[in-house]
Every structure is written in C-alpha cells, then in structure tokens.
Design a protein around this ligand. Structure first.
Ligand SMILES: [Fe+2]
Ligand SMILES: [Fe+2]
Length: 285
C-alpha cells in the first residue's frame, strides 16, 4: 500500500434516487429499432449489470474502513446505494426480458462465471482496478447516451422502460464516476497496475458483450438481415457511433496521472431533469 495523497473529489453529493419504472411496457423482444443485433446488445449490457455492480460494490467495500477523508466516505455510501439500486432495477428488466422469451439465463451464467474467476484470481487491489476501469466504461457510455438522444439508445417501443432506465442510470454513473477511482488512488495508488488492468478490461468488455449477443441470437435461432448488420455497424462505428466516438475517451484513461474529473460532464448532471422531464418524473424518493 502506498502513501495516501490528497485526492480531488467531486463536490457534488451522491444520492441514490428511487425510481418507478413500468417494465410491462416492454412488449417486443427486438424492441430497439426492431434490430436484433442492437436489441441483444441492450440485453447483454443489462444482463451484465446486476452481478457486475455487486462486484463493484464489494471491491470498494473491501477498502471502505481505511478511508479517512469524510467527503470520500460519504461518496462511497452514495456509490454503494446507487449501484445496489441499479442492480435491482436491471434485475426487474432482465426478468421482463425472460418473459418475452429472451434467454437471459445463459448470458447471466456467462457473466457469473467471469466474475467468479475475477474474484478468485485477482487481488483486492486488482479487483478495485477492474472496477475503476469499468466505471470509466459506464461513464463514457453514459455521456454518449445523454449527449446523443438521436441515436435512439433504448427507444423503439412507445414508452420504452429501457430508455428511461438508461437515462437515469447514465446520470448516476456520471455522478459517482470518480468514487472507485479515488478509493484506488488513496488505498492502492499503483498507476502501472491501473493502466495495465484497464487495457485488458477495455478489450475484453466488447468481446464479452459480443459473445453474449451471439448466444442470445443463437438461442432464438435469429439470423440478422444485411440491413440489421449495416445499421448496427453504423451505430457502433459510423459518424458519431459509440465505438468511434469513445475510442479517444478510452485512451485518455490509459495516460498516467489521469483522473475521471478531468473530463467535465457536469452539464449533463445539471441539465438532466430539464432534458429528460419524463424520466425525472418517475422519481419517487
Ligand atoms: Fe450502475
Ligand atoms: Fe457505476
């Protein structure tokens, strides 16, 4: 363990919001633009969240008692509250997907195996580095989601609970994006390890998603059309597509000395209830 440095912390309080989403409004299996590749991407992401977020919580909790900075102590509490709630809401969504005939159990097993491997093989410091890297993935995905509503993330049926969930989830991911990172910097502080682990995580994340999508399409014996493939390619690699837009954002994380707050996303937090009043209205506590 290296000496603790004063860490820049986000001054904004992190508060879990209780939300009321109606999952029964999800009625079509391939709800996202009717495209099976894009829809299974959403299912794969959602399937990875419940256990993934429990992994995040555990990796931060391992170091919680050693944190002295009262601001960071508060933020850890907020982070745990938000991630625990995300887990539960995504479980509800995943249950609804099962009712629509999506083989979520198979991908759930895939992610469970992956996380069990990480818990067994990696040290607590490495597990925290994995969490910090994945929090950068979610914060990057979140920024893109909130800045590009025209990409239709999660739209496709009239009142898509996925769209509502993603907007709320994205906003809270930005809110707590630096917490695991600051715990890592304070309690571990090994930059070489942070960067080495992030390199592996950034590559394997999309491999895992792709594998899960193939499993879901195979289970449904669904062969995407050429139009589906072209549309999914543009969504990821076209002008302003997520993968092409995010490539430099991922590279920034790999620079020594990087901190998540170097990327200013605060306008997305300040404006979220104005930009998405229908989602803000679902807050019940
Ligand atoms: Fe989350
Ligand atoms: Fe998170």
């Amino acid at each position: 363990m290296t000496a603790a440095q004063p860490v820049p912390t986000n001054e904004r309080p992190i508060k879990p919001r209780r939300m009321d989403f109606d999952m029964s409004l999800l009625r079509e299996k391939y709800f996202f633009r009717g495209n099976p590749i894009l829809s299974t991407l959403m299912y794969a992401l959602s399937a990875s969240f419940p256990d993934g977020e429990r992994f995040f919580i555990d990796s931060v909790r391992h170091y919680q008692k050693g944190i002295q900075d009262p601001a960071l102590v508060d933020q850890i509490r907020g982070f745990i509250g938000q991630e625990a709630h995300h887990s539960r809401i995504h479980e509800d969504f995943n249950d609804r997907a099962k009712e629509l005939g999506v083989d979520m159990d198979t991908v759930d097993r895939q992610f469970k195996r992956r996380l069990a491997f990480a818990r067994k093989r990696f040290t607590p410091a490495q597990q925290l580095a994995i969490t910090a890297a994945l929090e950068h993935v979610t914060a990057t995905l979140a920024q893109w989601t909130l800045e590009n509503p025209e990409m239709g993330m999660g739209t496709g049926s009239e009142h898509s609970p996925l769209r509502e969930m993603l907007v709320w989830h994205a906003m809270e991911e930005i809110e707590h994006k630096a917490v695991a990172f600051d715990v890592y910097r304070t309690m571990v502080g090994n930059e070489k390890q942070r960067i080495a682990i992030a390199r592996i995580i950034f590559r394997s994340f999309w491999l895992q998603m792709g594998l899960a999508q193939i499993k879901l399409l195979w289970a449904d014996r669904k062969l995407p059309s050429l139009r589906d493939i072209r549309e999914a390619w543009n969504f990821m690699w076209g002008k302003n597509g997520f993968r092409s837009w995010s490539a430099p954002e991922f590279k920034r994380y790999l620079k020594p000395g990087f901190h998540p707050n170097d990327i200013d996303q605060s306008h997305l937090l300040e404006q979220w209830s104005d930009n998405y009043p229908d989602v803000a209205a679902l807050q019940v506590g």
